[in-house]
Unconditional design. Structure first.
Length: 267
């Protein structure tokens, strides 16, 4: 059977008549150029068949509970991502790999209680982060220091534990007031006597007891060195002191014998 050959001058003309294939759109989502809307679709995982040209991704009002390692396909042009109103409890430290261009991230209205310092490490371009309405009792400043472009941070409506553990976060907030939105809504939940007390209303004097009693790593090393040394030194000191007492007692006995030789011979 012979094969049809298309004349070379005709091939470019045919390519112009055939429109290029459009990037695949996840079956549960609505797609427009650059934007993918997967809101309110009952999703439990992030759709994988996303175009690399996606710049905005809406995943609000779904049932996503965990973001595991590499939960997203490579999206080099993604600028805005919303995971608001899901059931997120855990974000793996490598869940956001491939999202280096992301500028806005909305994680509000979820169940997040712990975030590791490496959670947002891949997001070197992130400018706006919304962690409001979660279950955060404390937040490590190291996590925020990995975001060099951060300009706006929302932390309202979290059950903050206003103990000594919140001191590092309070210091960060005090030095970055211009980045913290809705500062008046950062309220203590525990302990009970500080319920609804504004975190930003604390002063240095409020943490004086924490600063006086907190021990650094160097302090612990010093104790480990001084402790055994002090114990050994005390043993030598007690032995030396005991030797002096025994020597003094023998010396007094000998002098007593010189004075009363007959009594000493009897004994």
């Amino acid at each position: 059977m012979g094969c049809w050959r298309v004349p070379s001058p005709v091939l470019p003309f045919l390519l112009l008549l055939c429109p290029p294939l459009s990037p695949a759109c996840p079956a549960a989502c609505r797609c427009t150029p650059g934007e993918v809307d997967c809101s309110e679709r009952g999703l439990r995982h992030v759709p994988w068949s996303l175009s690399t040209n996606t710049s905005t991704l809406w995943l609000t009002d779904n049932f996503i509970t965990v973001l595991g390692p590499r939960s997203f396909p490579p999206l080099p042009k993604l600028r805005r991502l919303s995971l608001s109103r899901n059931r997120l409890e855990l974000i793996h430290s490598q869940a956001l790999l491939g999202l280096g261009a992301l500028q806005e991230l909305d994680l509000s209205h979820n169940y997040l209680s712990v975030l590791t310092p490496d959670t947002f490490l891949p997001l070197t371009s992130l400018a706006t982060l919304n962690l409001g309405s979660n279950r955060l009792e404390e937040l490590e400043p190291e996590l925020l220091s990995t975001l060099p472009q951060l300009q706006a941070l929302l932390l309202q409506d979290n059950p903050w534990m206003c103990s000594c553990n919140i001191l590092p976060l309070w210091r960060w907030l005090s030095h970055n007031r211009e980045k913290v939105r809705e500062k008046s809504l950062l309220l203590c939940r525990l302990p009970e006597q500080l319920n609804k007390y504004p975190i930003m209303a604390f002063a240095d004097e409020s943490f004086r007891q924490c600063q006086d009693t907190s021990l650094s790593f160097k302090h612990y090393i010093t104790f480990l060195i001084i402790g055994p040394f002090s114990f050994i030194a005390s043993i030598f000191f007690c032995t030396f002191l005991g030797s002096i007492v025994v020597f003094y007692h023998n010396l007094r006995r000998e002098s007593h014998c010189w004075r009363r030789p007959r009594i000493c011979r009897v004994h």
